[in-house]
Ligand binder design. Sequence first.
Ligand code: TLP
Length: 374
Amino acid sequence: MKFLFDHAFLYLKGDSNLNLKEDAEPIDLRSDTVTLPTEEMLEAIRNAKLGDDVYKEDPTVNQLEEMAAKKMGKEAAMLVPSGTMANLVSVTANTKRGDSAILEADSHIYWYEVGGISAIAGVLPIPVKGKMGVMNPADIEAAIRPASLHFAGTTLICIENTHNRAGGTIVTPSQIEAISKVAKEYGLRLYMDGARIFNAAVALKVDVREFTRHVDNLMFCLSKGLSCPIGSIVVGSEEFIERARKVRKILGGGMRQAGIIAAPGIIALEKMIDRLEEDHINARLLAEGLVKIEGLSVDLRTVQTNMVMCDVDELGVSADIFVERLRARGVLVNSISKTRVRFVTHRGIEREDIERALRIIEEVAREIKAENKR
Ligand code: TLP
């Protein structure tokens, strides 16, 4: 248990105090959340037309929400400050207190959102273990708690796409459709944490609506690979978004001149989606380099978008120690378990950075191996 807490701390803490031995700029592969806004985004923030969004009077927010709804093939959308709030708003607006929700056992909602769906929405999570982040429809069906005196009746299924802890893996449109059949059969709602849904769409080269048509509602993040500084968007029917607006308000997420957040979001939707492919190419390059390094292993089947999960067990040190050693050499990554390290590619990481990172990682792995032999 102690390990879990130590590890969670390491995973979440920032790196304001880098102590780098090398002169070169650090190569930050911790997350695509570290991306900075483009010059064009900063300019758009400066020039955004603003109003009070709680009165729905911010023209830039309204424009972004309309664009997002259209792009996702749904009726309406709503801007929120973070992915965590988007998930909490969505689960709350889809359930009532005392309900249960089925979610993947390694999902972000279950692991990294401070238990908000229980602590705030009053919802019991029922974790179902998936394969590469994808729950089997039969397992979902088996986990549904019927309405009965004894049970927290299940009203919601949550999927995550791409799946973070599984390594940025994709839940394909046909897998979503199969899950939606179970949802329909049992009268449950289907929600998608689509924080990185555009990574999935770009990787499979299909319109993002292929992923959204079988879910009732979803959220996606502007502040990850799309490079915005802040913001996520909840998308669904008019009626759902009206309910979600009230939940956002109770959580303190009603924002005023939020056009300064929406303005870069518009640029993200117009210009930042296609370039995600570069991140995928770089992740693949990285993964193929890592598997050649003694002591490291990567399941290449999971390398589908912009993440690489690397197992360091055979090196003979914990993931946390490996992370510290890399950090000292200017390669920043996160550990996600005792033996696994996560690398994330994003705008600002070029092919040369991956090549340099691989050289450093190889050296560090060799040093650790040699030390362990002594
Ligand atoms: N993920 C972050 C960390 O919180 C782990 C990251 O670096 O990957 N859903 C998914 C699938 C996510 O990966 C994240 C963030 C969120 C929701 C929450 O988004 P934010 O950080 O905007 O609250």
